[in-house]
Design a protein around this ligand. Structure first.
Ligand code: CAA
Length: 260
């Protein structure tokens, strides 16, 4: 598949995916979804790739939302018939079991904020701005904002942001737990790639299962989550990489991972 709206490259074991519609502030249309789905599927299938970074081209936006021009004339019945927006969670969140990071380089609004929140964590540029301004368009979030933002920052802030459409700057986003870290804009991609390389240097099955463990916390009661965590821990003890990791610790050397 040749991409029109995204760029992809690999650096070692890390895949970098860049949303590339800078004139539209990287607005997310159906082509972006199809291309991102394809790029993430390739990342997931490629055994040499162990972590990914998603960012936006240009200094202004990660993504300023779903493409309003694509949606403005669409009949309501078509949104329902197509189950519009369902693909984002179904094809990206659910199918990508390897870790990936959103490197947010500016506006992350509406679907842009929601896409960033689909990542395993967010590293934000000091210029980043997050918001769910859909109410101003007479709608509401459609790609998970009301659910993922509420889980990330709590009811009060999520409700205020959805009801007023106001933006949160990087400082507030970090303070609220929405982003893991803030870095200067000029260092963002390098920093995120370095972090991704650190993750890619971990035992791969343990990385995937650590991701699954943390995500399980959003889906279960505490008791069910604790059981799931213990089972994943116990499964990991059966891997060669666990034998290697513990031997490497005792022998004071780096581990040599096999991914099994
Ligand atoms: N969809 C389509 N085009 C968009 C866009 C979007 N979400 N956001 C920006 N653009 C386009 C603008 O139309 C403009 O194109 P033209 O040059 O052809 O006019 C170009 O990007 C540059 O944008 P602005 O001139 O508006 O730039 P600005 O610096 O004045 O403002 C901004 C920046 C505050 C981000 C403003 O562009 C804005 O408010 N954008 C819309 C944000 C928004 O409402 N997002 C939610 C979309 S709905 C959604 O996402 C639903 C969902 O839950 C999934």
């Amino acid at each position: 598949m040749t991409y029109e709206t995204i760029l992809t490259e690999t650096r070692g074991a890390v895949t970098l995916i860049t949303l590339n519609r800078p004139k539209s502030l990287n607005a997310l249309n159906s082509t972006v979804l199809a291309e991102l789905t394809d790029a993430f599927a390739k990342f997931e299938a490629d055994g040499s790739q162990l972590c990914a970074v998603l960012t936006g081209s240009g200094d202004k936006a990660f993504a300023a939302g779903a493409d309003i021009k694509e949606m403005s004339d669409k009949p309501a019945a078509d949104f329902y018939i197509e189950d519009f927006f369902a693909g984002w969670t179904a094809d990206i969140v659910k199918k990508v079991r390897k870790p990936w990071i959103a490197a947010v380089n500016g506006f992350a609004l509406g679907g842009g904020c929601e896409l960033a929140m689909m990542a395993d964590f967010i590293i934000a540029a000091d210029t980043a701005k997050f918001g769910q301004p859909e109410i101003k368009l007479g709608v509401g979030p459609g790609m998970g904002g009301s659910q993922r933002l509420t889980r990330a920052v709590g009811k009060s802030k999520a409700m205020e942001m959805c009801l007023t459409g106001r933006m949160m700057d990087a400082e507030e986003a970090e303070r609220s737990g929405l982003v893991a870290r803030i870095v200067p804009l000029g260092e963002l991609v390098d920093d995120a790639m370095k972090t991704a390389a650190t993750i890619a240097g971990m035992p791969p099955l343990a990385a995937m299962m650590n991701k699954e463990m943390v995500n399980t916390a959003f889906e279960t009661t505490l008791d069910q989550g604790l059981i799931a965590e213990r089972r994943m821990f116990q499964v990991l003890t059966a891997t060669g990489d666990k034998d290697e990791g513990m031997a490497a610790f005792v022998e004071k050397r780096a581990g040599n991972w096999k991914g099994r």
